[in-house]
Design a binder for this molecule. Sequence first.
Ligand code: PMP
Length: 418
Amino acid sequence: MPRNQKSQIVRRLQENWSMKILRALELEGKSPYFRAMQTANSPRITMDGRPRLMLGSNNYLGLADHPLVIEGARRALERFGAGSTGSRLLNGSIDLHRELEAEIADWFGIEDAIVFTTGHQANLATVGALVGRGDVIVSDSDAHASLHDAAKFTDAQSVRFRHNDIDSLVEKLAAAGKSGRPTMVTVDGVYSMEGDLAPIDQVSEVCLEHRALLLVDEAHAVGVLGPHLTGVTELYGKADRTPLRTGTFSKSIASTGGFVVGSHDLVDAIRTNGRAFQFTAAGVPAAVGGALAAVRLIRSAEGRDRADRCLANARFLRDSLASLGVPLAAPAVGPGGAETVTPIVPVLVGESLRAFATWHELYERGVFAALAHYPAVPLDRAMLRLAVTAEHTLADLEEAAASLHTVLKLDAEHQLVA
Ligand code: PMP
């Protein structure tokens, strides 16, 4: 088609910087995206036909290929079939959805829970059901894309406060308070890129003072943090002061789906008004059965053991990289200002083009890491986002640290060589 006959949208896409870079990387076979595995997700995988060390998954507890989780998924598949073929509201609910909701509510020690087809939808449906025209949503600037999408999805006014900055949060809440508008605050428990924690003690106190409804997304914290492994809110002892907690099954819970927990009133409002809950098909039986088996495992002694192993592995990898002078994001800070380990170990690489090249050299050495670059992180803060699981061995992690050290090409002062 002659160029001048293309729509403005297609022409704009052709000028798009990210698309140009990705096309160029794909042509050279160096794109970090859409790499396919030929095996189950575990520390040692086959990807693009070659054995590789997996350091880029969110399979924190190593449950994705656990026999009991596979068995849970298989039994659900055999009993209920392959598809859900309808919305939870009308014709897609099965007993297993309800059983999983009861299990999650009991685990979180709260009145009610609902499960969704994905974690993204859990945030969209929860926020969308509860706020609207005339209301204000105040979100941490680094909150997950699904929380920002959720805010856009409503007619409420959406404002952002500076990441983890309580003064900035108070300023935004005070402004909303002056106009007397109902307000919701949304934060992540563990931030998905840098692995740092929201200061939930201060956030929840400020929300109570300003009568704002707090939602904490526990996606990366469920299964690894807190006395019962329900996340950061529990780690801070603020579970009973946090009206809404959402999460996903796609990380520690090793399946696909999402959930929200809260009071009967709040959760019922989401059941009846949550468009992203009602106007999409229910999670398929195998995903729900696998998630139920994983939640039960996490609640058993094995869950605690796996969480401890995962965090010990994260500390070991962080220490190994630091001792080699590899530049890392600052360690997470938790209750009382104490250093707190999360499964996410972000290696700072600088600007995007360098990060793509480093990623590819690492991949050629047989290590897969996830790459985060602008706009997921600021322009000069591209990173290799490493994530450990309970199943990695110390030898795996030593190998990864040595490979990273080699590909990063640090000078004698441990600085990245320009
Ligand atoms: N919240 C956070 C903090 C996440 O990191 C993610 C997934 N990356 C989601 C929500 C969405 O979860 P899901 O993948 O189940 O849609």
